[in-house]
Design a protein around this ligand. Structure first.
Ligand SMILES: Nc1ncnc2c1ncn2[C@@H]1O[C@H](COP(=O)(O)OP(=O)(O)OP(=O)(O)O)[C@@H](O)[C@H]1O
Ligand SMILES: [Mg+2]
Length: 318
């Protein structure tokens, strides 16, 4: 990989009480890219971001951001980064614009420059109308957007966004995606965590999936989907017919997807597998109400990796 701006090498972090939040994690992130970090709750995503942002020290391993060692030179790292944490850190009694300007002052901008930049960013993030109101009157999604706006004021080379769109409405999410893309096009490197797999799919140039502090896999969204392999058949059936259908389709490794209340099975032979499944069901006198054959989505990849604990590429460098 050419010119990584973030390198995480063999990083381990254990919390008091014994939780190993990071377990020898290695990731390399290219300059100017949008990098998605996925993993179930407790996987270690926020811990990694806090280490990269110099808020937490690793027990072992090395972390470099924009050419600086995060443990030995945290002050230099802080000059290059912006952070919007998982829980919006905003002052309720200030207005939106004042909150952003305050962070600008912490970055060493003059009062006038901080105010000018805050106004510019408020426009960019689409909160001009609300910017003069105290943040305590904001909705949850608006607070997140102000927090994200504040992370931009220092014109960071590297931006860490920990679940930037959690609780943000769909239209505002689209706006934030556009903003993140624009920032990356201007040369900012963005590391974001998300629980929305479509977000990673749309935004991220590369995606790493971690669990229990270990890397499970890394690649582009397409590479991850290809690695999960083949296609997937989905069948909708009335609830009372599902147990019988599952027994009938057992030879094809059918499973019930509880989230979507349907039966899914791998289709290594594509339409041939689908035809086979429908024949078996027909013999059992079962007719699905809907049938679909599709390529794996990022959700399928995520579930396959994190449910079955498949460690297909552990240790591979991003
Ligand atoms: N300050 C702390 N003290 C003790 N344990 C902690 C602390 N912070 C995190 N942990 C533990 O470390 C593990 C990783 O937590 P982390 O917050 O990094 O997960 P995450 O991937 O960000 O999860 P989520 O998706 O829920 O935000 C969890 O088991 C968590 O309980
Ligand atoms: Mg987290």
């Amino acid at each position: 990989m050419n010119d990584p701006i973030i390198t995480v090498d063999e990083v381990t972090k254990r919390f008091p009480g014994g939780t190993k939040a990071l377990d020898g994690l290695t990731l390399h992130i290219s300059r100017g890219s949008i990098y998605g970090l996925l993993g179930p709750n407790g996987a270690g995503k926020t811990t990694l971001i806090r280490i990269l942002a110099t808020l937490l020290r690793p027990d072992s391993g090395t972390v470099r951001v924009a050419g600086h060692d995060a443990v030995r030179n945290p002050a230099q790292v802080r000059e290059c980064i912006g952070l919007a944490g998982q829980f919006a850190a905003v002052d309720d009694h200030l207005t939106g614009r004042e909150n952003i300007a305050m962070i600008g002052r912490l970055y060493g901008l003059t009062r006038r420059e901080a105010t000018r930049r805050a106004t510019e960013i408020v426009d960019r993030i689409g909160l001009t109308d609300a910017a003069e109101r105290q943040v305590k009157t904001y909705s949850g999604g608006m607070r997140r957007r102000i927090d994200l706006a504040a992370s931009l004021i220092g014109r960071p080379q590297v931006l860490f966004l920990d679940e930037p769109t959690t609780g943000v409405d769909p239209a505002s999410r689209q706006d934030l995606w556009t903003l993140v893309r624009d920032l990356a096009a201007e040369g900012t490197t963005v590391l974001l965590t998300t629980q929305y797999l479509d977000e990673a799919d749309h935004l991220a140039d590369r995606i790493a999936v971690i669990d229990h502090g270990c890397l499970l896999t890394v690649g582009t969204a397409t590479e991850l989907k290809d690695r999960t392999g083949g296609a997937i058949v989905e069948l909708d059936l009335p609830a009372e017919q599902q147990p019988m259908a599952l027994r009938t389709l057992e030879p094809l490794q059918a499973n019930r997807d509880p989230d979507r209340d349907r039966i899914v099975l791998p289709a290594p032979d594509g339409p041939l597998t689908l035809r086979h499944a429908l024949r078996l069901l027909d013999h059992a006198d079962i007719t699905p109400t809907n049938v679909a054959l599709h390529r794996p989505t990022l959700t399928d990849v995520f579930l396959a990796l994190t449910r079955n604990e498949t460690r297909d590429l552990t240790g591979r460098v991003a």
